[in-house]
Design a binder for this molecule. Structure first.
Ligand SMILES: NC(=O)c1ccc[n+]([C@@H]2O[C@H](COP(=O)([O-])OP(=O)(O)OC[C@H]3O[C@@H](n4cnc5c(N)ncnc54)[C@H](OP(=O)(O)O)[C@@H]3O)[C@@H](O)[C@H]2O)c1
Length: 263
């Protein structure tokens, strides 16, 4: 059992995947935790395991971060947590198909989850972090904004927001010793692709070398914070893909729309 740090961390979307991996890492480092998601049974079982293994305290918050009421409650808890040193804004989901065909309620929920909730939780966490002159904020974005494709409009848009938000926020809080990271994973083995939304998609066609385990993504994200990487793409293959293809994807997207504009 490790010594407790007497510092707290909040992880959203802690019930699986990258959020669960971040929860496990932070517990192993001695942080007391506040973990948020909708599936309470999974949160409770992770909390029990972390308490037993690392002797940290884990508060389970069952909440839907698309709900204004639930976000307000969680925001209050952030404001009341005087020693909140780490905030991992991770909860997220994907949709399938062109923007015009996606149910508008799904698009609005995605904006609430990927944009509104992280913005509000950061705003609530910052006064304490600024006063203590320390803090870590990780906003889980994606490589998607580097590789614009059709069928990913709101996901791309909301994850682009998280990248731009993190970059500008870092400029404002750097002198106070606060580190901000937009974590931009590529294909990661989590629950993300096993939902009903994607049941018609065969992800086994994605080559094995393109996938990373969530634990590796999180380990690299944490190390990158020490190197003060603000926009961080985990994995050599993902970094290479973005470097080589980002310009090409953006060029093709613009060229295609310019061609369509011609009379
Ligand atoms: N996996 C990838 O290939 C990949 C690639 C790039 C970026 N990402 C990003 O990584 C982040 C984590 O996803 P993941 O890959 O770890 O997938 P995951 O295993 O499906 O985890 C998503 C987490 O978000 C939570 N969540 C979803 N909707 C929520 C809501 N309305 N309120 C509260 N919590 C909610 C889920 O918990 P509950 O269902 O219990 O609420 C779950 O804990 C997401 O932001 C995703 O966009 C993933």
């Amino acid at each position: 059992m490790k010594n407790r740090l007497l510092k707290s961390a909040m992880v959203t979307g802690a019930s699986s995947g990258i959020g669960e991996a971040y929860t496990r890492l932070l517990a192993s480092l001695g942080y007391d935790l506040i973990i948020v998601a909708r599936r309470k049974d999974r949160l409770v079982s992770i909390a029990r395991e972390m308490q037993d293994k690392y002797g940290v305290s884990v508060t389970v918050l069952q909440g839907n971060l698309c709900s204004e009421k639930d976000v307000s409650t969680i925001e209050e808890i952030v404001l009341d947590t005087a020693d909140l040193s780490v905030l991992i804004n991770n909860a997220g989901f994907g949709t399938l198909g062109p923007f015009v065909d996606v149910d508008i309620s799904k698009s609005l929920n995605m904006i609430a989850l990927h944009v509104t909730a992280p913005t509000r939780l950061v705003k609530a966490a910052l006064p304490g972090m600024l006063a203590r002159r320390e803090g870590i904020i990780v906003n889980v974005a994606s490589v998607a904004p580097f590789l614009p494709v059709s069928g990913n409009v709101i996901y791309n848009g909301t994850k682009s927001y998280l990248i731009a938000f993190s970059e500008c926020l870092q400029l404002e809080v750097e002198s106070a010793g606060i580190r901000v990271q937009a974590l931009c994973p590529g294909f990661t083995r989590t629950g993300f692709h096993s939902v009903d939304e994607y049941k018609s998609v065969d992800f086994s066609t994605i080559p094995t070398f393109m996938w990373m385990p969530a634990e590796k993504v999180v380990e690299q994200s944490w190390q990158a914070l020490r190197r003060k990487k603000v926009v961080f793409i985990p994995g050599f293959i993902n970094r290479m893909t973005c470097t080589i293809f980002s310009g090409l994807f953006k060029y093709l997207a613009r060229k295609r729309s310019a061609t369509k504009d011609q009379p």
